[in-house]
Write a protein that binds this ligand. Structure first.
Ligand code: NAD
Ligand code: WQD
Length: 338
């Protein structure tokens, strides 16, 4: 069976490619390399023994997509491609809406023309906005987004759901990821942010490797167990395995289904710093800074539905996440650029 990974050269896509190849799937990657490196293809081969077929294509380009679909006999699509930086989405909102929504519309058109009926979409816990209660179930209210990036995820969920309502053949799986961290245990693939990282774990690993001086902890006066923000960190390899389960599910069902991919456990920023230091033996100097605008106190999943219906549960713990993030950073201090 052949799976198309749009955005497959990126952080989550590359780990999913490794997982799928390991399970015997044929993998085709489409990526415009806007936020990734072609070097990842060799790294995937080093781990899995197989280099995915690669097309350097912008997913908004229908003609290029059509040419690719006519060459490859695709059975299912995982749509990772998208721009994902919250802050940047506030500076260049139109580009975010165009890229993240046009790509989905083009993909749906071309899939229909080619009779490809299964799509898994990379959604995000960001669609829940500031939740009324935690842990968050899939039935919690959505669409209270606070930035253009979040709205693109919400709007894509609506578009895909409507497409499946109109087309009884279509199977849509919406996966709402919580906070992906970690890397493949080989240290060959991982997250390679451009510029100064926005997210906590890459910031910590860059402090640990000496590229950044100290971590700023954004607020210690939240209503949480130690005052710092609480999130549901999930190992990227667990996330990748969740996609394999979602493909199996999509092939057997029609219509739209939504699943949280998280661990159901929340850790604070200070918990993460402490766990990182214990797992790696490396000190992470930090200071307490102002709250970051738009941040919420607590966000973690109830992942029971994924367990019951997909048969998927996260296996890796916080020590694994810290150790593997560090192993990747240590071996690749400049990401794929080094
Ligand atoms: P990433 O930036 O590493 O990967 C996304 C890939 O998509 C990149 O390789 C980029 O070059 C490519 N891309 C972007 N626009 C494209 C286009 N128009 N055509 C072709 N390729 C394009 O990000 P990631 O962390 O691997 O995230 C994958 C998906 O998961 C994204 O949709 C993201 O919004 C979503 N997501 C990520 C997180 C997270 O924290 N990493 C959390 C929730 C959801
Ligand atoms: C985690 C915690 C920060 C950096 C973002 C997106 C979300 C999703 C995942 C895509 C918070 C604190 C962080 C730092 C800090 N992406 N922090 N110092 O904000 O939960 O989610 O990534 O869908 O949409 O918003 O993740 O890693 O940025 O922050 O204190 O330098 O770490 O305040 O409590 P976040 P994060």
């Amino acid at each position: 069976m052949k799976i198309l990974l749009t955005g497959g050269a990126g952080y989550i896509g590359s780990h999913t490619a490794v997982e799928l190849i390991g399970l015997g799937y044929d993998v085709v990657i489409v990526d415009n390399l806007r936020n990734s490196s072609e070097k990842v293809l060799d790294r995937i081969e080093m781990i899995s023994g197989k280099k995915p077929v690669f097309y350097k294509i912008d997913c908004c380009d229908r003609t290029a997509l059509e040419q690719m679909f006519s060459k490859e006999n695709i059975d299912a699509v995982i749509h990772f491609a998208g721009l994902k930086a919250v802050g940047e989405s506030c500076s260049i909102p139109i580009e975010y809406y165009r890229n993240n929504i046009d790509s989905t519309l083009a993909l749906l058109d071309v899939m229909k023309k080619n009779n490809v009926n299964n799509i898994i979409f990379s959604s995000s816990a960001t669609v829940y906005g500031a939740p009324d209660t935690v842990p968050i179930k899939e039935t919690a209210p959505v669409g209270r987004c606070t930035n253009p990036y979040g709205w693109t995820k919400y709007m894509n969920e609506v578009i895909l759901t409507d497409a499946a309502k109109a087309d009884p053949e279509l199977s849509v799986v919406l996966l709402r990821y919580f906070n992906p961290v970690g890397a493949h245990k080989s240290g060959f693939i991982g997250e390679s942010p451009s510029g100064i990282p926005n997210n906590l774990m890459p910031y910590i690993t860059q402090v640990a490797v000496g590229k950044l001086k100290q971590l700023s902890i954004f607020g210690n006066d939240y209503n949480t167990h130690d005052g710092t923000g609480v999130r549901d960190y999930i190992h990227v390899v667990d996330l990748a395995k969740g996609h394999a389960s979602a493909i199996e599910y999509a092939m057997k069902h029609k219509g739209t289904e939504v699943f949280n991919l998280g661990t159901s456990v929340g850790y604070s920023v200070l918990d993460i710093v402490k766990a990182f230091e214990e797992a790696t033996g490396v000190k992470v100097p930090y200071r307490i800074a102002e709250r970051r605008p738009g941040d919420i106190a607590e966000c973690y999943s109830d992942a029971q539905k994924s367990k019951e219906i997909l048969g998927w549960t996260a296996q890796y713990n916080l020590v694994d996440m810290c150790r593997d993030s560090w192993n990747w950073q240590r071996k690749n201090p400049n990401g794929y650029e080094g």
